[in-house]
Design a protein around this ligand. Structure first.
Ligand code: MTE
Length: 335
């Protein structure tokens, strides 16, 4: 569906198109090289179609469903097709559930994301453990339609429902020493089979981080929903980060801890392969991954017959809004 003016179209009225069901065009994805211990993917992941039947009647408390239903529609104009719901929720990276793109949808139903709480720690005046309900109390949710560009060179356009991370940060009153924000995903091997896998090279829990000005940027949101519905488990329920000018691995899922630090925090992929995945991870078509070009991307849905290749944009198309954050930095060094 071509989105001409998303602000006019509530996400609840956007029905994923059934024409994308030509799944025989697709083959299963190449085995992720992460499983082999060499990185997120050996090469831009070529294929894979969602094979799971996704339950759209997602569980979640009524207060959250009501808040999501009341979300303001997107203010940003984006004249691109939305990626159909079944691809957004059926083609995922969430290594806690396995390395195959279909593992998260197949295996994450075991997790119960409600009730949920998040620990706020470090350089803030108001540390503590807050329930999801506390965190969302009085928050006006918004729909944000953003491009998501994975470092593996595939991309989507997703109608998230969330709120600015900056609004949450202000509530905890960071001290003058808070230069970075670090995020941690749930570690619960009993419900997350990938955390038990002997193939895993990840030092669980999954960790990510942002510089304070990146975290406070108005484009940066915490998402609790997509397509006008509660966030599915495979997409990081109940709370995940969305930073649209960065590669997808920064969008940490199922967050249980947010810590404010003076020093740059350690992040999962930069610990595994620092020469391939940096802390900044800004989308940059001019800086290749050591094993593949980042000049283009495969926009989902994509198949062998219609790969749907589009040029990658600097800062994923958000340069006007974020380039100033990096104006004195060598982006080849700080990738
Ligand atoms: N968060 C956690 N906890 N574990 C992960 O494996 N994968 C990341 C990111 N967040 C990941 C994660 C990667 S590599 C990408 S591309 C995005 O989630 C994918 O988000 P999606 O599955 O909702 O498209």
């Amino acid at each position: 569906m071509l989105i001409k003016s998303p602000s006019d179209i509530p996400s609840s009225e956007i029905t994923p198109e059934s024409i994308y069901n030509s799944r025989r065009e697709f083959m299963r994805g190449t085995m992720s090289a992460a499983a082999l211990g060499v990185g997120i993917a050996a090469a831009p992941d070529l294929l894979a179609a969602p094979s799971q039947v996704v339950d759209k009647d997602l569980p979640g408390p009524d207060w959250l469903k009501q808040q999501i239903a009341a979300a303001k529609t997107n203010q940003e104009k984006i004249s691109e097709n939305l990626t159909p719901y079944e691809h957004v929720t059926g083609y995922n990276n969430f290594y806690e559930y396995g390395y195959d793109k279909t593992d998260p949808a197949a295996k994450s139903h075991v997790l119960k994301p409600h009730p949920w709480s998040v620990e706020i720690a470090g350089e803030v005046a108001k540390p503590g453990t807050y329930t999801l309900e506390d965190l969302l109390k009085g928050v006006n949710l918004e729909e944000r339609i953003y491009r998501l560009r994975c470092v593996e060179a595939w991309s989507m356009v997703v109608p998230w429902v969330g709120f600015p991370l900056a609004d949450l940060i202000k509530r905890f009153e960071p001290t003058g020493n808070a230069k970075f924000v670090s995020f941690t995903t749930l570690k619960r091997p009993a419900e997350m089979p990938g955390q038990k896998s002997s193939f895993s090279t990840i030092d669980w829990p999954y960790r990510e981080g942002l510089r304070m000005d990146e975290a406070m940027h108005p484009l940066t949101i915490l998402a609790v929903g997509l397509y006008g519905k509660v966030l599915p488990n495979q997409n990081g329920a109940p709370l995940r980060l969305v930073v649209p000018w960065k590669y997808g691995f920064k969008y940490i899922k199922s967050i249980v801890k947010i810590e404010f630090t003076e020093k740059q925090p350690k992040t999962t992929w930069s610990m595994i392969a620092p020469d391939e995945y940096g802390f900044y991870a800004n989308v940059n078509p001019k800086v290749s991954h050591p094993r593949w070009s980042q000049a283009e991307e495969r926009r989902l849905p994509s198949g062998l017959l219609r790969p749907n290749i589009v040029p990658t944009q600097m800062f994923n198309g958000y340069a006007d809004q974020v380039a100033h954050l990096y104006k004195d930095m060598d982006l080849r060094k700080y990738y």
